[in-house]
Ligand binder design. Structure first.
Ligand code: G4P
Ligand code: NA
Ligand code: NA
Length: 194
């Protein structure tokens, strides 16, 4: 997505060879028009797959799941990272290992909102190590729903996330794919489609 790559070039802060800060338009302050365009792009890529729900994990996947849900005309669900009191009902859950924090946490959703009749598109802001996305895929499998694919806004292609998902036979599409970066320099990979 060219307009996204341009914004990353203009406003992205490359903190190191592995960390990109996009707080001015994606992750903290959010460009609403760009976010809706991102949702349309996901819908264009995955729209022929009879998707019934979009799924993400809190917090920074939420706006993109909402935008994709709007474009596809379906609801979105966000998995919660902490067990809320109101989630005392039956849940699907999966453990996630956070490499940045070196700890495990649980993600969960109510069993009320996903089941065998659903076809799910998973969406997130970053595809990095893929740990949270693999957890979401496990939740979809547990629910008996079909998984249409995973759509990410920014993929750091030099990290292992895409490989982990592809090993499981999951279609992955990222709107901006970073081959490599270092302060002052960023290289994108051309998108080949699904
Ligand atoms: P993950 O695979 O479970 O996401 O674990 P990882 O340890 O790789 O990443 C931890 C968090 O950092 C994730 O957000 C992930 O989206 C985010 N992240 C990974 N790489 C980058 C990066 O280059 N830039 C930015 N800005 N974020 C990155 P999270 O813990 O799930 O939290 P949230 O922000 O969604 O609430
Ligand atoms: Na995220
Ligand atoms: Na994040």
């Amino acid at each position: 997505m060219k307009v996204l790559e341009e914004r990353i070039r203009q406003e992205g802060l490359i903190l190191s060879e592995t960390v990109l800060k996009v707080d001015s338009f994606l992750n903290h302050q959010v460009d609403t028009a760009l976010t809706l365009a991102i949702g349309k792009e996901f819908a264009a890529v995955f729209g022929d797959r009879q998707i019934t729900k979009v799924l993400t994990v809190e917090a920074s996947g939420i706006q993109f799941a909402m935008a994709a849900g709007i474009a596809l005309g379906v609801p979105f669900i966000y998995a919660k990272k902490k067990k809320a009191i109101t989630l005392s009902e039956a849940v699907y859950s999966a453990p996630v290992h956070s490499f940045t924090r070196q700890e495990d946490y649980q993600i969960s959703i109510s069993q009320k909102y996903l089941g065998p009749d659903d076809t799910v598109l998973i969406v997130d802001d970053f595809l990095a190590t893929g740990a949270a996305l693999v957890g979401l895929c496990d939740i979809v499998a547990e629910s008996g729903a079909q998984l249409a694919g995973v759509g990410c806004v920014i993929e750091k292609s030099f990290q292992e996330g895409r490989g982990l998902l592809e090993q499981r036979g999951i279609p992955v599409y990222s709107l901006a794919r970073i081959a490599s970066m270092s302060p002052g320099e960023i290289h994108f990979i051309d998108n080949e489609g699904l």
